[in-house]
Design a protein around this ligand. Structure first.
Ligand SMILES: Cc1ncc(COP(=O)(O)O)c(C=O)c1O
Length: 403
């Protein structure tokens, strides 16, 4: 029997569930992108989005997926043959590295184990060796969506500063922005890359670059060819609220609503909510008797959890049972993790009862698939959520680290 009634549970780590408020906002007649109504919309979103990135600088919005925003970050700032330092945190870091190489950049890819984040000490050591300042950029992924590991951006910034190295600092926040604490200006990031389909609760289709003054200056000299992705073409007309080519008009209407919703809830509350759901999920995983893929508690992701299944069990079989029988989509293992892990997305427009339903779907799926569990993950997660609701628990490691 398959699930025909009720709603689908979209619990991949993005695209995420689009809330009704945003769907209603998007469902408007498309307006003239060169008319006065658009002018207001453009100015509002270009202003409002800065608060989400925590920047006073410019944010460029492309009609693109996150991959386009990756490309824009590189081609606007670098020249053919430039050396870039990247770090193998997982599948997405590997894809960004492959893109940089295709664009003609010389990438040094520091090897990782797909279970830990960027080691700031290794970045510092490599930059300190580079006394000729051949490395032009450090480009890393904040929240590695393939592993559920979050790298400590402020510590990587310190590492670059300790080495007194002038490299640009680029950070992919595609699965962390608006879900986990992120501070473009304070953490001295030059280009922050993001997408619409995760913490921003929108459908896919918008790519973002938050750009520092240093990155803008670098773009004046950067020699990689660029046309569609050219920041200057965008920033020139963005000043008046317009775009150089047809923007994704209705997605921008949705973005305006998303910004209002995030600021109404308060970014700190949004982050605390994600931390709480992540902690509840990890407790569920441990109660089932499985391992969270992320090794270090200081690097646990608050937007998704990658779960390692015991040897001999196939994660894709489990996911397909859960989809067919319980109508829930979970994330697959990507790259070298294929078949061995599944990923639970707990980001975006999400609450305690949606998490309870998600974990119940996983637990029932485990039973249907005859994968032995030590105990009830759902019970462990609910106990934690109840304790939290009573205000009895300690802050999660992430919140404690921030305090
Ligand atoms: C961390 C990260 N970077 C980059 C991408 C690529 O973004 P897109 O698929 O929107 O092109 C993704 C997609 O999930 C991602 O999670």
């Amino acid at each position: 029997m398959t699930a025909d009634a009720g709603r689908h549970f979209l619990q991949i780590p993005g695209p995420t569930n689009v809330p009704a408020r945003i769907l209603r906002a998007i469902e408007q007649p498309t307006i003239d992108h060169r008319g006065p109504e658009f002018d207001r919309l453009g100015q509002e979103v270009l202003e409002g989005i800065r608060e989400i990135f925590k920047t006073l600088g410019a944010v460029v919005i492309f009609p693109s997926s996150g991959t386009g925003a990756w490309e824009a970050a590189l081609v606007n700032t670098l020249s053919p043959g430039d050396r870039v330092l990247m770090y193998e945190t997982g599948h997405f870091a590997t894809l960004w590295c492959a893109m940089a190489r295709k664009l003609g950049l010389e990438v040094e890819f520091l090897q990782g184990d797909w279970r830990t984040g960027v080691d700031p000490a290794r970045i510092e050591a490599r930059l300190a060796e580079d006394t000729a300042h051949d490395i032009k950029a450090v480009a890393i992924v904040h929240n590695e969506t393939s592993t559920g590991v979050t790298s400590r951006i402020s510590e990587v910034r310190k590492a670059i500063d300790n080495a007194a190295h002038p490299a640009l600092f680029m950070v992919d926040t595609i699965s962390s922005l608006a879900s986990m604490d992120y501070r473009h200006d304070e953490w001295g990031v030059d280009v922050t890359v993001a997408g619409s389909q995760k913490g921003l609760m929108l459908p896919p289709g918008l790519g973002f670059n938050a750009v520092s003054d240093k990155a803008r200056r670098a773009s004046e000299k950067a020699g990689l060819p660029r046309a569609y992705w050219d920041w200057e073409a965008m920033l020139g007309v963005n000043d008046t609220g317009f775009f150089p080519y047809t923007p994704a008009t209705n997605l921008l209407v949705g973005l305006r609503e998303a910004i209002v919703m995030l600021l109404e809830e308060g970014l700190d509350h949004v982050f605390a909510r994600h931390d709480r759901h992540a902690e509840a999920t990890r407790r569920a995983v441990r109660a089932w008797g499985f391992e969270v893929l992320a090794k270090n508690s200081a690097e646990f992701s608050s937007s998704l959890t990658a779960v390692k299944l015991p040897e001999g069990y196939d994660a894709d079989t489990l996911r397909s049972i859960i989809l067919q029988r319980f109508d829930m989509s979970l994330g697959n293992g990507l790259g070298i993790l294929a078949g061995t892990v599944f990923r639970i997305g707990h980001l975006g427009d999400f609450n305690d009862l949606m998490l309870a339903g998600t974990l119940a779907g996983v637990e029932m799926g485990l039973k249907v698939a005859d994968i032995p569990c030590a105990g009830s993950g759902v019970a462990a997660a609910l106990d934690y959520l109840v304790e939290e609701a009573r205000g009895e628990t300690q802050p999660s490691p992430q919140r404690a680290a921030l305090a």
